[in-house]
Each structure stands twice: as structure tokens, then as C-alpha cells.
Ligand binder design. Structure first.
Ligand code: B12
Ligand code: SF4
Length: 422
């Protein structure tokens, strides 16, 4: 089998473009162990894209945009299945390598629960490059693509494998930055994962957990209705019965990159913004944010006409490893302004570990062998720390009951807490 034959099969099955990489390609190293565990025969990964119709994604009418996402997801999953079956019919081993979106490996939550990162495979296979909006931008179709991957035992010769693009189609116009209601995309390329996840994925994964908590914690129907208004409850019903609905994909909607898309932008940039950016910015809609987060500040300042809805953070770690992994995803760099501090955490109890966390220049890092002395040392029972993050207890109760004590100025711990509103 050669690359062209595999590409032909992918296109016959409904893909709009495809490429093939070795499972040993460096760019997919974060996922390799998992792929080989699930598919010990894996030699190659076939990456393919399908085109997304920009028009439904661009409309401020969420139900229409969500139809495009749901139908597109089914298309990708069915194309993965068709390609795999065709290869099996020819005597090879092959399988879908992961859904377009869901199902995912839920027992992995709150860790990475998607089986494969299609974006990494797609970049390596030359399907495009992630733009500032973190969507893969195809040179022709722009970011209006969904991605799929098939794993197989077919081995191509090194020189016939696909190559990554050597340029990015993203040209830094920053329309994606201007479109995002929660400011998840910064002009410097920083992506605030929790801002996007909290709003856009309100009716997915952990967002559902916070709905259940709202039901449990409400003392009356009236109180529940202040937390979840009737129309929001209907939205939950719609998501749970017909597939979860995204609250926005504005960063994708407004992106003018890609040969097939850019013409309209180049012809009249002002009209492009009036037609596609302005309606999304003007839309009056609920925007879900964690209180005192960067997103909360952003929406209040930039979109005062939108309706701020306060919800809880739903990314709660359950082990020290998850805590270390997710800390960057929930860190609110805007709230860390002015902090220059090294924290020493001494976890005790069921799980024991000493870790150093540095917050400096609006960045967070876990430091292995710090050269300076920590400004504050925190001694904490591990389980209680996760209870604190899950809002099951509060810091004063932990201090009173001896589950947390500190050496150093407590103001450092309070400032630390401000960077992780929940
Ligand atoms: C996790 C995920 C998300 C997360 C994180 C997005 C991200 N930037 O990675 C959230 C919920 C925010 C999200 C939102 C959206 N997504 Co999404 N998502 C995925 C998923 C499952 C994996 C992404 C991935 O590979 N990340 C790893 C690396 C490559 O990304 P990264 O930016 O460097 O790292 C981030 C993540 O790892 C995340 N993270 C790290 N640890 C953990 C742990 C947990 C529990 C979670 C949830 C996340 C997380 O934080 C990192 C920092 O941002 C893929 C499907 C798949 N199986 O591949 C679709 C995928 C990336 N999503 C897609 C789409 C379309 C969207 C939305 C437009 C959906 C919508 N309708 O609004 C938005 C766009 C947001 C954006 N600008 O990125 C498409 C992108 C198509 C394209 N052209 O590139 C994909 C490829 C689905 C598909 N098969 O086509 N998504
Ligand atoms: S909207 Fe502009 S800056 Fe954002 S990803 Fe697309 S081309 Fe890049």
C-alpha cells in the first residue's frame, strides 16, 4: 500500500483531505503509549478532515450551529468506521482511533479522557497548523474542518509518509480574540482553558456535576430558579436528550484564514466583520463564568449587554498528579498580577509529596529544584485539600481542625487562592 492509495480510500469514504504518519512520529509522542496499549499492532495513523459548512457556524442562532457540530461529529465517526472496515476487508488491521468528540474514556476524568488528540495527528500529517484560536487551520478549508484518525498496521516507507506544513495559515488578524465572549484567546496566543470550558462546555462533563450540586444545595424551588432559570433548565433537557450543545464556537466562526475562505475577507474586511463578528459580539445571551475569574472580568467589561451567569469551577483534582496536571488549566493569570512568590506545598496523609509552585510574571510553573527559598510553606492533609478545592470545606475550618497550617505570611496563601477562583 502507498500513501496515495490510502488517501484515495479516505476520500472515497467521505473525507475531504487525508494524510498518513508513522505511530512513531515525534509530534504525537504524548499519545503514543496509549495508542500502542489500545492497538498493539499500530504502525500508522491516517489523519483526515471533513469540511464544515461555515454558514451555520457563523450564525448567532445556536441551534443551527449545533446541528452542524452534531451532524459533523456523526460524519467523522462514520468515516473513521468506513475507512477501518475497508482496510480490514483488504486483510489489514485497522480501527477508529477516537471519536470526533464523544464518547470518551470517562473513567479517566478529571484527567485527559479523549483517547487521541486528533489535532496533533492532523498537524503532523500536514492537514494544517493550529492558529492563535487553537483550531487546526487547513491551508484550503481554513479552520472549518473536523478531524478524525484511523489506526492501522499498514506500514508506509519513511519517504512516502505525509509531512507537516512548514508555515501556519493563521495570519494574526485577531478576529478570534475579538469574538470570544469569555476572552479565552489572548492576543499573545495564551489560551485560557477554563474560561472556554466553563462557558462553552456548560452542558458537558463537569458542568453537569455543578447542576446536580445546585439541585442538592437549593433549599427551595425559588432558590433553585435563581441558580438555574427555566430556559436554562430546558437547555439542559435539550442537551441531555439530543446531544450536548456548545454555547459558542465564535473563534471558529470568524476565522478568515484558508484559501477557500479568505476571498470574502480580502474583498471587504469591514463587511466581513459587520456580517460575521458583530452579530456574535452583539448577541444578548447568558455567559457562564466562575466568580472573580478572568472571564468574569472580561465579559463584564467588554460585553456589558450579555448576561453574566455565575457558576462553579468543575475541574476538581482527585490526586496530587491531577492537581499538578490541571493547575495550569485553571490558573487565572489576570488575577495573579503583581505576584512573585514561590510556594512550598507539603501534602500529608493518604498521598505524600512536597511540591514547589512558582507564580511570577502572570505565569505558573511547578519547579523541581528551586534555587530560592519559598516565601511560604503550606502543610496540608491531601484529602482535605481536594475537599477544599471541591468547596466541601473552607480554609478557616481546615486551620481550626489542624488539617492545614502555614509557615510564612498568610497573605501569600490568600493571593494564591485568588488565582484559582472556584
Ligand atoms: C479537549 C478538547 C477541547 C477543550 C480544550 C481545547 C483545546 N484547545 O485543546 C475545550 C472544551 C475547551 C474545547 C473547545 C472547542 N473545541 Co475541542 N476538542 C478537544 C479534544 C477532545 C482534545 C483537544 C486536544 O487534543 N488537546 C491537546 C492539545 C493539542 O491541545 P492544547 O491546546 O495544547 O492543550 C489543551 C488541552 O490539552 C486542555 N487540557 C489539558 N488537560 C485537560 C484535562 C481535561 C479534563 C480537559 C477537558 C482538558 C484538558 O488544556 C490545554 C490548554 O488549553 C478534541 C477531540 C480530540 N479527541 O482530539 C476536540 C477538538 C480539538 N475540538 C474541536 C472544536 C471544533 C472545538 C470548539 C470549536 C467546539 C465548539 N463548538 O465550540 C471549541 C474551540 C475552542 C478552542 N479555541 O480551542 C475540534 C477542532 C477542529 C479544528 N479545526 O481544529 C476537535 C479537533 C474535534 C474534532 N474531532 O474535530 N475542545
Ligand atoms: S481569526 Fe485570525 S488570528 Fe484567529 S486563528 Fe484565524 S487567522 Fe489566526
Amino acid at each position: 500500500m502507498i500513501l496515495e492509495e490510502l488517501k484515495k480510500i479516505a476520500l472515497e469514504c467521505g473525507a475531504d483531505d487525508a494524510g498518513v504518519i508513522s505511530v512513531y512520529n515525534d509530534k504525537i509522542s504524548p499519545d503514543r503509549e496509549q495508542i500502542l496499549k489500545g492497538f498493539p499492532y499500530a504502525k500508522s495513523l491516517i489523519s483526515f478532515v471533513i469540511k464544515v459548512n461555515p454558514n451555520p457556524v457563523r450564525t448567532p442562532t445556536r441551534s443551527i450551529a449545533n446541528m452542524e457540530f452534531h451532524e459533523g461529529a456523526h460524519d467523522v465517526d462514520s468515516i473513521e468506521r468506513k475507512i477501518a472496515r475497508k482496510l480490514v476487508e483488504r486483510g489489514y488491521k485497522a480501527s477508529m482511533a477516537g471519536a470526533m468528540g464523544f464518547p470518551m474514556e470517562t473513567n479517566e476524568w478529571p484527567r485527559k479522557m479523549w483517547y487521541i488528540s486528533h489535532k496533533l495527528v492532523a498537524e503532523a500529517a500536514g492537514m494544517g497548523v493550529m492558529g492563535i484560536n487553537r483550531n487546526v487551520i487547513h491551508p484550503k478549508f481554513g479552520n472549518f474542518i473536523f478531524l478524525g484518525t484511523v489506526v492501522t498496521d499498514i506500514e508506509l516507507q519513511e519517504n512516502s509518509l505525509s509531512k507537516a506544513l512548514d508555515y501556519s495559515p493563521c495570519f494574526d488578524c485577531k478576529l478570534c480574540v475579538a469574538s470570544c465572549p469569555v476572552g479565552a484567546i489572548s492576543p499573545d496566543g495564551h489560551f485560557n482553558f477554563s474560561s472556554c470550558y466553563t462557558h462553552n462546555y456548560r452542558e458537558f462533563m463537569g458542568g453537569f456535576g455543578t447542576l446536580v450540586e445546585d439541585i442538592i444545595e437549593s433549599k427551595s424551588k425559588k432558590e433553585f430558579r435563581t441558580k438555574v432559570e427555566d430556559n436554562e433548565l430546558v437547555s439542559w433537557w435539550q442537551s441531555l436528550s439530543g446531544g450536548a450543545n456548545y454555547k459558542a464556537a465564535y473563534c471558529m466562526a470568524v476565522c478568515p484564514a484558508g484559501d477557500e475562505i479568505i476571498g470574502e475577507y480580502n474583498d471587504d474586511k469591514k463587511a466581513f466583520k459587520v456580517n460575521y463578528l458583530k452579530p456574535l459580539r452583539d448577541k444578548i445571551e447568558p455567559v457562564y463564568v466562575v466568580k472573580n475569574s478572568d472571564a468574569h472580568q472580561h465579559v463584564s467589561k467588554r460585553f456589558p449587554h450579555k448576561k453574566v451567569r455565575i457558576v462553579h469551577n468543575s475541574l476538581i483534582p482527585d490526586s496530587i498528579a491531577t492537581f499538578k496536571h490541571s493547575i495550569g488549566n485553571v490558573f487565572q493569570r489576570g488575577q495573579s498580577k503583581g505576584i512573585d512568590c514561590l510556594y512550598e506545598f507539603n501534602f500529608r496523609g493518604s498521598e505524600k509529596e512536597k511540591i514547589y509552585i512558582e507564580i511570577k510574571d502572570k505565569k505558573i510553573a511547578i519547579i523541581n529544584n528551586p534555587s530560592q527559598k519559598p516565601k511560604i510553606r503550606i502543610f496540608v492533609n491531601t484529602k482535605s485539600w481536594f475537599s477544599l478545592l471541591a468547596r466541601e470545606t473552607n480554609i478557616f475550618m481546615m486551620i481550626i481542625t489542624g488539617r492545614l497550617f502555614i509557615l510564612g505570611n498568610p497573605k501569600h496563601l490568600l493571593k494564591f487562592g485568588n488565582c484559582f477562583p472556584s
